[in-house]
Design a protein around this ligand. Structure first.
Ligand code: NAD
Ligand code: MG
Length: 392
């Protein structure tokens, strides 16, 4: 029996993870579940999975939640609140596996804590790796943690790596990583049409059902940009050895081009329960609940080049990766502010990349040698981004 701490249990990845756990109840027990604000959903999850701890980050809501849980079938669950509580549950000695499924840089410290505590760390929270790449990879090494990617592309790449491969290593014989991208809901729109797209259209992804922030990131292709940075740290590959290939069907989740001409790919229906089940069970396999891939229903697999003109966020991410230091942290923080502003209908879709570019051009990129330096860059960038927002 392995015990799980699920950070961000009320989100899209959180729900998919609980689906996989439900199918494999004899293998896993849940020690901790966490939410930011969605206490109704968290309560249902506590009643079903009976964790020892439930964290509600929002202090006021935690008090409301505590009263509800005391009168429920999950009365034995201890309720904690605040950001420190996320770190507390991520390092509990009785926890074997930490699933990092919080969205945004808000997941950074709890992810780092799990790495330092030597857990099996299942990483969905790509922003934490983007913001603190080298620091997180060092924490994994020093803490003796096992870092397994949940992001479907990176999980695919991991599955295509040579036997015995561990994240953080540079695999021998790899010529290039090929990250596939669906292209999002606006792949076939022209530049002019992008000016008037709505929040609802941006959040309606053709292949994947996801949280709102990553849905917008997919529509701008910033998601792929963040994933290029994520891949660079996870697999120790420079930006020029990572290609992005648009593959609108999302059946091939990514590929490795080896020096002997072999290209290894991982395929499957677009459903996050596959990478989640893979990383939970690794190096073994167990059920995920995902239906088998039907090739007769997927006869056309097509590929195209991504357009940097239509999707400037992708270019900005490559540039930030090449700049190194705090540049990826600045890119990420500016993007979080811009996406939030777009979701709140304060700026247009096409303003997202404009705001990020303006912020990067007006930021001083420093060395990212300590957690304080990246947290400082994150904080300053949010202030600058909010200031520039006024001019849009
Ligand atoms: P979501 O918005 O559906 O859920 C986010 C979770 O984080 C919720 O449980 C929420 O309560 C929690 N949260 C939000 N803000 C918080 C804060 N300030 N402090 C603590 N907790 C907070 O997001 P999601 O789609 O599940 O994505 C989660 C992460 O996984 C993101 O980093 C995303 O990029 C990554 N990811 C998601 C998918 C997907 O299919 N949804 C695929 C690949 C990677
Ligand atoms: Mg992905």
């Amino acid at each position: 029996m392995k015990s799980i701490c699920l950070l961000g249990s009320t989100g899209s990845i959180g729900l998919s993870t609980l689906d996989v756990l439900r199918l494999n109840q004899d293998r896993y027990s849940v020690v901790a579940l966490t939410a930011n604000k969605n206490i109704e959903r968290l309560l249902e999850q506590c009643i079903e999975f009976k964790p020892a701890y439930a964290v509600v980050v929002d202090q006021d809501l935690a008090e409301v939640f505590n009263k509800k849980i005391e009168q429920s079938e999950a009365a034995d669950t201890t309720v904690l609140s605040g950001i420190d509580a996320l770190e507390f549950v991520a390092q509990l000695p009785e926890v074997d596996i930490v699933v990092a499924a919080i969205v945004g840089a808000a997941g950074l410290l709890s992810t780092l804590t799990a790495a330092k505590a030597g857990k099996r760390l299942l990483l969905a929270n790509k922003e934490s790796l983007v913001v603190s790449g080298d620091l997180l990879m060092s924490a994994v090494k020093e803490g003796g943690a096992t870092l397994l990617p949940l992001d479907s592309e990176h999980n695919a790449l991991f599955q295509c790596m040579p036997d015995g491969y561990q994240t953080g290593q540079r695999a021998k014989g790899v010529r290039k990583l090929i990250l596939t991208a669906s292209g999002g809901p606006f792949l076939d729109l022209g530049l002019a049409e992008l000016e008037s797209v709505t929040v609802e259209q941006a959040c309606a992804h053709p292949n994947w059902s996801m949280g709102r922030k990553i849905s917008v990131d997919s529509a701008t292709m910033m998601n792929k940009g963040l994933e290029v940075i994520e891949a660079s740290y996870l697999f120790d590959m420079p930006a020029d050895l990572i290609d992005v290939l648009v593959h609108p069907q999302s059946i091939i989740h990514s590929m490795i081009d080896y020096v002997d001409g072999s290209v290894l790919a991982q395929l499957g229906n677009p459903d996050m329960r596959t990478p989640i089940a893979h990383a939970l069970a690794w190096p073994q396999r167990h059920e995920s609940g995902v239906s088998p891939l039907d090739f007769m229903l997927n006869k056309q697999l097509s590929f195209e080049q991504p357009s940097f003109d239509k999707f400037p966020c992708l270019r900005l991410a490559f540039e930030a990766l090449n700049m190194k230091g705090t540049a990826p942290a600045v890119l990420n923080a500016a993007n979080e502010v811009a996406v939030e502003a777009f979701l709140n209908k304060k700026i247009r879709f096409i303003d997202i990349s404009k705001l990020i570019e303006k912020v990067i051009n007006n930021s001083t990129i420093k060395s990212a040698d300590s957690i304080d330096s990246v947290l400082q860059a994150d904080k300053e960038t949010r202030m600058l981004s909010n200031q520039y927002l006024e001019s849009f």
